[in-house]
Design a protein around this ligand. Sequence first.
Ligand code: NAP
Length: 283
Amino acid sequence: MTTAPTTLVIGATGTTGSRTAAQLTAGGHRVRAASRRATPVDGTEHVPFDWYDPATHAAALDGVDRVYLIPPVGDSDPAATMLPFLRGARAAGVRRAVLLSSSAIPEGGPAVGKVHQALPGLFEQWAVLRPSWFMQNFTGTHAHALSIRDEGVIRTATGTGRVGFVDAEDIAAVAVRALTDEQAPDTDLVLTGPEALGHDDIATIITEVTGRRVVHHRLSYEEMRERLTTQVPVEFAAMLAGMDRAIAEGAEDRVTGTVHRLTGRPPRTFRSLLERETRSPSS
Ligand SMILES: NC(=O)c1ccc[n+]([C@@H]2O[C@H](COP(=O)([O-])OP(=O)(O)OC[C@H]3O[C@@H](n4cnc5c(N)ncnc54)[C@H](OP(=O)(O)O)[C@@H]3O)[C@@H](O)[C@H]2O)c1
């Protein structure tokens, strides 16, 4: 008798991992949900997992044949942490790996770009998801969401630059396809929502849907970097401010048809996400 495939979802308490675990389970797939804290996703088996504690790795991989990978948060060299685990995963029988990267990071680029580059050599079936900025940055626990709630303000150095913001539910829907379709994508996938919006547009939509006035404060690159330095290490602050500057210069002003092509339905708009959350704040 063959056992049904089991997917290990790393980062299963996070923004995309929790949604991927929930959608896999809803589709009848077996999920092992990995994180340091216990996961709230119903119908999954939880396994304690810490990227920095190899003693947790073997039990997480036992009986697993595919993995969804969230890199260790805030690690400037995730390849050093992830590649030994991924070699162990392949040796343990994992055949398919789906990695969450970013639209801003190409194959071979900094940080997770090195893991992206190594993935095809490690697994016969693979995908790298490269989403644009998440819509949930304005509704969850991200710094933008907090300043919107506390002060009615979004602060960026993006100027009038536009971004193809994407709903994490749509990222998860693509992850499910990449993990479970008979044929794996075996490529990288740039994921966006249906329209590119500036942060002025985001502030306007929030104001219109919630009835509470929100404004976009345009900062210079230097002002943004100084502000972030009070919250994160200085190199990371410079990198984040640099991403804003790239947006101002047009680097993220694009939309792709990938969500529609893989899931069979168009990606959700920011307005409809907000309307959904305003009706049902926990959704
Ligand atoms: N936000 C955006 O706009 C955006 C855009 C493109 C790409 N991204 C990428 O998205 C990634 C984050 O994904 P996400 O938003 O789905 O996750 P997230 O919400 O940031 O959550 C991180 C997850 O990783 C787990 N985790 C943290 N440290 C861990 C460790 N040492 N060992 C094992 N698990 C650990 C956390 O659970 P525990 O704390 O319970 O362990 C949690 O489940 C980042 O790599 C970022 O670059 C973000």
